[in-house]
Write a protein that binds this ligand. Structure first.
Ligand code: BES
Ligand code: MN
Ligand code: ZN
Length: 490
């Protein structure tokens, strides 16, 4: 979707639909008041007759309002004015998006960014309006039903009112990154396997001259000594790939930020097979990898003045005669040994080798993104990404970035007290921490491979996709990471 700043007022906008908000008690937003005046009091008359509800979430599409240039006016209920806050504003955006995605026109002009939201500025309101509308209009494309139901909307105009002129382009770059992450996440695992992700990295490098890609095969990973990653992949006919994308936006000698994504293209659990119901959702187990692609795409399009390396560990976890087994002991690239107590705790096994590999780039900061544990979903649900770091400053930075862009993360502790849960009688550690604090013990496992690094771990098991039959990948936490990288760049 293309975003534009416009100085047209609502009654004279030439967009196919104009969006305005109304509050309870006949209070009109300024844009709604302008429409009301141009149409000689039509909005107020409709409110008086009860035909235009103002409660939060109500939406009404009015056609052919006399005195208004646009053929459609979408009136969005905002509820009580004094109750307006961040969450309610987002709710109004979501509801307006639901109507906009089905509307029979290609262009919309939303005046919702003019709504006052305590604690948030005009820039935030504009950005949220663009991201939320783009999010609502996204339709999974690649293998969709034979008769596609794509949205017609391709253009969104918002009031210019003093906003930086590069805002539409930069938000478009972020939205495109989020879309890429969603599309990759939604792809079925028979298409989106490790080799497919490797090709996706080559496409990224083809699209952006600032990005170079490199793919390491199984044989190369063997020479690197990635015994844990390879063990996870050995039960699948789809060979694992270690994918490296390098974005250069700063002088070559400037050390990069490194992102590492979990790319389990399907997680059956392996020999520790998952139960049938819900297993289909494990096609989303590569959403950490998809996030790395989305962030790369956004950062390269924005041409941020930083260096960024994206590493994707792409494997499929399958049961087979050649699968790794519970009680196997594997040697990681770091030299540490791991006793596999459950082949379904595979994410940490591929990440530990990818994190060890990441050290060669001497990262200023290292962040891994992974759909790592069901326990994180139990702890935080889908609203917050689990954020684990021993670096308080980094943790604060990431949390603040998420809060700003409303792609939130919440900290869980990585205290040494939890480390003993990983003890093994047969190796340096086990890949299983037992029943309690599963998200944290997974983080503790990774911490053993990131000693001395400025490192954070994002567990996106709850936030990366909406559960259920029609659940889509959400594109999180691309927003959080791009917002954080932007703050690093400035
Ligand atoms: N990919 C899963 C985690 C997951 C489960 C994400 C459900 C989202 C929803 C991961 O590989 C896994 O299976 N984790 C196990 C770990 C356990 C065996 C220690 C889990 O969470 O049950
Ligand atoms: Mn698993
Ligand atoms: Zn998994």
């Amino acid at each position: 979707m293309d975003f534009h700043l416009s100085s047209k007022r609502p009654q004279s906008s030439d967009a196919g639909v104009v969006v305005v908000g109304i509050y309870d008690d006949r209070v009109l937003s300024s844009a709604a008041a302008e429409i009301d005046e141009a149409s000689q009091g039509k909005l107020k008359a409709l409110m008086d007759s009860g035909d235009l509800p103002s409660r939060l979430g109500a939406t009404n599409l009015i056609h052919g309002l006399a005195g208004v240039s646009s053929p459609r006016v979408l009136v969005v209920g905002l509820g009580e004015q004094r109750k307006m806050d961040c969450a309610r504003f987002q709710r109004a955006l979501r509801d307006s998006g639901k109507v906009l995605r089905g509307v029979a026109t290609s262009s919309a002009h939303s005046f919702l960014p003019e709504i006052d939201v305590p604690g948030r500025d005009a820039l935030w309101r504009a950005e949220q309006t663009m991201l939320s509308t783009d999010h609502a209009c996204y339709r999974y494309k690649r293998t969709y039903k034979t008769a596609p139901e794509g949205s017609k909307l391709t253009e969104l105009h918002i009031p210019a009112g003093g906003l930086p002129s590069n805002l539409p382009a930069r938000t478009q770059a972020l939205a495109a990154g989020i879309r890429l992450t969603r599309e990759l996440g939604n792809l079925p695992p028979n298409i989106c396997n490790p080799a497919y992700l490797a090709e996706e990295a080559d496409h990224m490098a083809d699209r952006h001259s600032s990005v170079a890609s490199e793919v390491h095969s199984r044989a190369e990973m063997e020479s690197l000594g990635m015994g844990a990653l390879l063990a996870v992949g050995q039960g699948s006919v789809n060979e694992p790939k270690l994918i490296v994308m390098k974005y250069q936006g700063a002088p070559r000698d400037q050390k990069p930020v490194v992102l590492v994504g979990k790319g389990v293209t399907f997680d059956s659990g392996g020999l520790s097979l998952k139960p049938g119901p819900g297993m289909e959702e494990m096609k989303f187990d590569m959403c950490g990898a998809a996030t790395v692609f989305g962030v790369m795409e956004a950062v390269a399009s924005m041409a941020l003045p930083i260096n960024l390396v994206g590493i994707v560990a792409a494997v499929e976890n399958m049961p087979d005669g050649r699968s790794y087994r519970p009680s196997d002991v594997v040697t990681t690239m770091s030299g540490l040994t791991v006793e596999v107590l459950n082949t379904d705790a595979e994410g940490r096994l591929i990440l530990c080798d990818a994190l060890t590999y990441a050290k060669r780039f001497e990262p200023t900061t290292l962040v891994d993104i992974a759909t790592l544990t069901g326990a994180c979903v139990i702890a935080l649900g889908s609203h917050a990404t689990g954020l684990m770091s021993r670096d308080q400053e980094l943790s604060d930075e990431l949390r603040a970035a998420g809060e700003r862009i409303m792609d939130r993360a919440w900290p869980l502790p990585l205290w040494d007290d939890y480390q003993s849960q990983l003890e093994s009688g047969f190796a340096d550690m086990a890949n299983l921490g037992g029943k309690y604090a599963g998200a944290i013990t997974a983080g503790c496992f990774l911490s053993r491979f990131t000693e001395g690094q400025r490192w954070a771990h994002l567990d996106i098991a709850g936030s990366a996709w909406d559960s259920g039959r029609k659940g889509n990948a959400t594109g999180r936490p691309v927003g959080l990471l791009v917002e954080w990288l932007r703050s690093q760049a400035s």
